[in-house]
Design a protein around this ligand. Structure first.
Ligand code: ZN
Length: 399
């Protein structure tokens, strides 16, 4: 049997970025995409993919022109097998020239089930038995603790803390249970957190969402994303200028994934990775930027926490070791100006946005706009980098 030409063409034209993206994470760099080579071990990316032209690795010389080449090389398959692999693993005899054409049904969209609120409600009552609640009370008092638990619908599950994941439409997607120490507020690391969605519903079709996602509804506040649910809740008390949501840890929600980031559209997004997550979250930030999101990576943790430390941003805030710059909130203020043309602000490594320099419609502190640019370049011996903000030009000074 011989594969039909049309069939081969289809395989040849499969999106090479998507195909290679199943193996490695690709980051856009102009026309090209770059990532860690899937054919050799490396720490800095030397593998480049150009849509329409193919891929090339500067480290091991691996190269090819299209998705078929890649699959043959990566999976060590023959040409026809690679073509078949690219077309999915469903037996389909229309692939072969001498057989009759059979229609293939498109895949059904995935069904997502929810946890009925009644199944969760009974866990939302008894705060007194909740270790994390006890910790919140010692730090913030009972009133604030209770208010925060209610805002996030945090519950109690046999003394452990229950975090429902409620999506933008108010549907409960999953529920996670974590054990805490009441005195320190730290997670008990000898016991793994677990999800009880399946146990409550019997469903295999539950899908995670951000913890606190429902709080994005009905406001335009900037969004702050952290890893842990507890951190989101604590930070929301101290910095209510943000809507704080959580990915739910390393294996939680990937904020760069289009399935998840739909809820972040048209928002200003600040990412606050834990100290061991900065590298991965930098990739999330790049990925989100490529997708057109207004995203800022705040790696304040990298500067203030010990390497290998389990502290997260809430720990440092509670220890008074960091104070988030007030100026960070000006970004939101700027975005509210519809007639905004140009903004100048100074960025630094700690808070990303340190000083709002001036707006087109407002007097600048140092005279004319252009001369300000020159003045800053002269004063700090730095070139500005034009960047986009709200579709307009922004000049950022990185320190
Ligand atoms: Zn290579």
């Amino acid at each position: 049997m011989k594969l039909s030409e049309t069939y081969i063409d289809q395989a040849r034209q499969t999106d090479i970025i998507e195909v290679i993206g199943r193996y490695i994470q690709l980051r856009r760099a102009g026309r090209q995409y770059v990532g860690l080579c899937p054919f050799h071990d490396e720490k800095t990316p030397s593998f480049f993919v150009t849509p329409g032209r193919g891929y090339y690795c500067f480290g091991c010389d691996a190269k090819g022109g299209n998705s078929i080449d890649f699959i043959m090389q990566k999976e060590k398959l023959s040409f026809p097998d690679a073509v078949i692999r690219l077309s999915g693993n469903v037996p389909d005899y229309s692939r072969f020239q001498h057989t009759k054409r059979i229609e293939i049904k498109p895949l059904q969209p995935q069904v997502v089930d929810y946890i009925p609120f009644e199944k969760i409600r009974l866990y939302l009552e008894d705060f007194k038995a909740n270790n994390l609640f006890k910790f919140f009370v010692t730090r913030f008092g009972e009133l604030v603790a209770e208010k925060t638990f209610k805002i996030y619908s945090i519950g109690t599950y046999s003394g452990l803390t229950l975090f429902p994941q409620t999506d933008l439409n108010g549907n409960i997607r999953q529920a996670k249970v974590i054990e805490y120490d009441p005195a320190t507020g730290k997670r008990n690391r000898t016991k793994n957190p677990f999800h009880i969605g399946k146990q409550l519903t019997g469903s295999e079709n539950l899908q995670k969402c951000f913890f606190g996602e429902n709080l994005l509804k009905g406001n335009t506040l900037p969004v702050a994303i952290v890893e842990s649910e507890k951190t989101a809740a604590i930070s929301s008390i101290i910095y209510p200028q943000f809507v704080w949501i959580a990915t739910g840890g390393k294996n939680g929600v990937n904020p760069a994934n289009p399935e998840n980031n739909r809820v972040l559209k048209n928002r200003i997004v600040h990412l606050f990775p834990d100290v061991d997550g900065v590298k991965t979250w930098k990739e999330y930030a790049d990925d989100l930027q490529t997708q057109g999101f207004k995203v800022f990576l705040n790696d304040v943790m990298a500067e203030h926490a010990e390497p290998g430390s389990k502290d997260d941003i809430a720990d440092l805030i509670l220890k008074n070791e960091i104070i988030l710059s007030e100026n960070i909130f000006h970004v939101q203020w700027i975005s509210e100006y519809k007639n905004l043309k140009t903004v100048w602000f100074i960025m630094d490594d700690r808070t990303n946005i340190e000083i709002i320099f001036g707006l087109d419609d407002y007097p600048l502190p140092y005279g004319e706009h252009e001369s300000d640019v020159n003045w800053i370049e002269h004063r700090f011996n730095r070139k500005y980098e034009p960047a986009l903000f709200d579709g307009e030009t922004v000049y950022c000074y990185k320190f």
